[in-house]
Ligand binder design. Sequence first.
Ligand SMILES: CCCCCCCCCCCCCCCC(=O)SCCNC(=O)CCNC(=O)[C@H](O)C(C)(C)COP(=O)(O)OP(=O)(O)OC[C@H]1O[C@@H](n2cnc3c(N)ncnc32)[C@H](O)[C@@H]1OP(=O)(O)O
Length: 469
Amino acid sequence: MPGTAQEKLARSACQFLASRLLYWQGSHTTTRQLLAKRHFHATPTASVFTAAWIPSRVKTPWVDALAQSRDEQARGKSAAGQQLPPKPDLTPKRMSDSYFSAILPLAQDKWLLDSYLNASGRIRLGTLFMDLDTLAGVIAYRHTGDSVTTVTAAADRITLLNPLKEICDLELSGQVTYATGRSSMEISLQVAKAPVNGEKVKSEDLLITCAFTMVSLDPATKKPIPVAPLVVETEEEKRLFQKGEENYNAKKALRKKSFLSQTPDESESNLIHSMWSKQILSKMTSTAAIENSDARTMSSTVLKSAMIMQPEDRNRHNFMIFGGFLLQKTFELAFCCAASFSHSRPTFVALDPSTFENSVPVGSVLYMNSLVAYTEPLLHEDGKGNSKYTKVHVRVDTRVRDVEHATRKSTGSFHYSFIVPNKVQVMPTHYTEYMMWLDARRRAQELDPIIASRFTEDAASARMDGVTE
Ligand SMILES: CCCCCCCCCCCCCCCC(=O)SCCNC(=O)CCNC(=O)[C@H](O)C(C)(C)COP(=O)(O)OP(=O)(O)OC[C@H]1O[C@@H](n2cnc3c(N)ncnc32)[C@H](O)[C@@H]1OP(=O)(O)O
């Protein structure tokens, strides 16, 4: 179709809006009516996006994508092999080139709010996480251009900072904060109470901060390819870039820290031995004893789910499932797991570094396995004694199998932290569980001090009164 790059982008935006709104409100309303509603409004800083804030998450209707793929298969690989290799745009970019912000008008539109609220009228964080992954994709493509395939490699951290006290319009924004010319980029995002009259977001109005790692792939070979490096100019940009570099190195180190390749250190070995011996001595592993205490065995916390992956949840590359969908589903399972464990309504605090290890193919069966991996009593404000709240870490391991169940592939692990309003404790009882417990404990200890300082009794009760899950 003819048109400038900006026109194409705006057209793409309309397509996405149409598909997203159909998803939101069922298929009774026509696309034209839905487009007329224009739920998302671009802010002045994102002038390209005149009709919607997110460009098309999918480019081709499924029926056409399927026909095209069958046609290519019938013609053999030679036809695909004849495609010209992509020419990624490697011109250095500024952070501001990828900056994007948009308003989600939850206070203005009750129908839009419908798909963001849970039964008790709180904002469904899983739905916001899905939007955040899309926003990370939009920002990544603003940096790389459209000639590459960009995937979410990891959700580095999602932190809920200040609980919302009332439903309000939200501003979602972000930019590429680290890219050096290798294949990955760090995208930093935030969700805040939408500022009025163009004011700057106040720190107390910040709801969520998060970072995603996006990786660009060659569309034909699906191998990582270089992306444009960042040009860093201002002091603030230098600070963000340096933080991005630290995060990049920390993520690499974390990947090497797996208990599959690294044994527990001396203090960890001593700790698990003392836990194990206490269990034996107090006969904690006997069901009767456990039922009468705050402790539950880790195996009793397991909650599983299986789902078939449908095309409507695919990403713009057609044959793989959208990362945001996986975030939403793993979050909701983790929430249920923490709820059934604690017999209470958990409040989300953070998603710890979590990876999208392999893509989830459309048509496959996704298995999600959640369990409470670690618990820690919260401290009183004065740092002494235990409060009635517990910090609960839930781990969700995902894997896919084809429908015939002939293949099996791990697709990533997701780590969620919640606060629950009672005293509960999880007890590992065999070696694999002890390793998962230690892994979650390491994650808890590596929490950003900003987040750790929010694990206090006062902060917990303020969160319970908020309007987010
Ligand atoms: C102008 C045009 C506008 C167009 C407007 C379009 C708008 C459009 C909007 C919609 C946008 C929606 C966007 C959704 C995007 C998905 O929804 S994608 C779906 C979910 N994600 C997936 O399926 C990914 C699955 N995972 C994978 O495929 C592989 O693990 C990966 C990510 C390719 C990495 O593979 P690998 O074998 O580990 O590769 P490797 O060479 O070792 O590492 C490659 C890079 O990844 C990094 N990496 C690997 N693992 C990790 C990890 N765990 N953590 C962090 N980094 C990692 C490495 O550090 C390396 O980075 P560099 O050092 O090169 O910088």
